[in-house]
Design a protein around this ligand. Structure first.
Ligand SMILES: Nc1nc2c(ncn2[C@@H]2O[C@H](COP(=O)(O)OP(=O)(O)OP(=O)(O)O)[C@@H](O)[C@H]2O)c(=O)[nH]1
Ligand SMILES: C[S@@+](CC[C@H](N)C(=O)[O-])C[C@H]1O[C@@H](n2cnc3c(N)ncnc32)[C@H](O)[C@@H]1O
Ligand code: SF4
Ligand code: SF4
Length: 331
């Protein structure tokens, strides 16, 4: 297993399969790559099925345990089932999706070997949903979540970005997962680093505080040190649910426990979601090129908060000059 200079083993890969999307969410960071494009034909530069599989085979050589397929909207790739089917057995697969295409594809994905799915759902009404996603596909998403549960992808994690537009919906979303079997909730702190609009951010510590009061128990996940709150467990009339908070903004502990390398839809390796100055091309995607670039990327990975960004005397996060002087930035 490869380890970076900060003792962080690389155990997971997050592969953006496309930058196309059928939604236009107001907050979208597109995995740190800027705006998504519409659901048009794939661009020539998008990694082919064989490219993705070759990458996964190399990742397997480096003992990678988990692969997350994301985007853009990964289900716009017609070959997602084939990619999942051809993923080496040692790697667990999961997808993060907006859910619209799950009604017709959840079963096939499970048959292909998909283990988990996260579905983005920011609200519980079509109107509020449309305000955030600019899409009228609320019913399809709900049907998609049911289809995923029906196909055995249980529990389904609902991803909700917590920001000014949605903060008021947190209590009803928490009740929703406590009341419905098979659902978990992931509350994601709005990340303005690449999406802009810092004024949309809300104080995630208040959400932690509120959940602590609601929860029957709290656990800490190894990955990113994320906290998990279990709600409704002590109520005999409810199945109960789990709520996880993803709070990466200005969080050095989160970055110190980050074990993932990213791949862009065009086949560049990326050591950190928040950086685009460390992109490395895997060239023609031959196995020796992929191996070499993977090693280099892991070698150069640094925690974003706490190392690439450090606090100044006033407690503000500022760029660490050490990294601004590196060769690839001067070029
Ligand atoms: N800064 C930062 N944000 C992350 C990281 N991982 C996840 N996030 C945020 O959380 C969002 C949702 O992540 P998902 O794709 O659902 O997956 P996950 O929660 O990381 O993984 P699982 O819980 O294992 O499914 C991402 O798009 C980011 O906004 C990370 O390593 N760094
Ligand atoms: C970029 S999307 C790609 C996968 C898929 N299209 C979807 O929406 O689930 C992956 C996750 O990132 C989250 N996300 C996007 N922009 C974000 C931001 N600025 N801050 C926090 N999370 C964000 C989305 O809510 C989604 O759960
Ligand atoms: S569905 Fe996902 S990729 Fe598409 S705009 Fe929304 S967050 Fe971005
Ligand atoms: S180093 Fe921090 S910001 Fe970068 S991907 Fe890891 S957790 Fe996210």
């Amino acid at each position: 297993m490869l380890e970076d200079g900060f003792g962080r083993e690389t155990t997971g890969v997050r592969i953006s399969l496309t930058d196309r999307c059928n939604f236009d969410c107001v907050y979208c960071h597109n995995e740190g790559l800027g705006d998504t494009r519409g659901p048009m034909e794939p661009a020539d530069a998008e990694m082919s099925t064989d490219d993705v599989v070759r990458f996964l085979e190399v990742a397997d050589e480096f003992d990678i345990e988990k692969a997350k397929f994301t985007g853009g909207e990964p289900l716009l790739r017609e070959d997602l089932e084939e990619i999942v089917r051809r993923t080496p057995d040692g790697i667990d697969t999961s997808v993060t999706t907006n859910g619209t295409f799950l009604p017709e594809r959840a079963e096939g994905l499970v048959e292909a070997g998909l283990e988990r799915v996260n579905v983005s759902q920011d609200a519980l009404s079509p109107e509020a949903f449309q305000e955030v996603t600019k899409s009228t596909a609320y019913d399809e998403v709900m049907a998609g979540i049911d289809a995923a549960l029906g196909a055995g992808l249980d529990p389904v994690k609902l991803n909700m970005v917590v920001f000014e537009h949605t903060a008021g919906y947190v209590p009803e979303m928490v009740d929703h997962v406590a009341e419905n079997e098979g659902l978990q909730l992931q509350l994601i702190e709005y990340m303005p680093e690449l999406a802009g609009r810092p004024e949309w951010a809300v104080d995630i510590d208040r959400v932690h505080g509120w959940l602590e009061e609601q929860a029957d128990r709290v656990e800490r996940r190894e990955m990113h040190g994320r906290r998990r709150y279990f709600v409704g467990e002590d109520d005999p009339d409810l199945p109960g649910g789990m709520v996880e908070i993803v709070d990466p903004v200005g969080n050095a502990d989160f970055c110190a426990n980050c074990h993932r390398v990213r791949v862009t839809h065009e086949g560049y390796l990326k050591g950190c979601l928040n950086r685009n100055d460390d992109l490395k091309s895997m060239g023609e995607m031959t196995k020796p090129e992929i191996r070499e670039t993977f090693r280099e990327t892991v070698d150069e990975r640094v925690p974003y908060y706490g190392e690439y960004m450090i606090k100044d005397d006033d407690g503000e996060w500022v760029f660490n000059e050490k990294y601004l002087e590196t060769e690839h930035l001067e070029a």
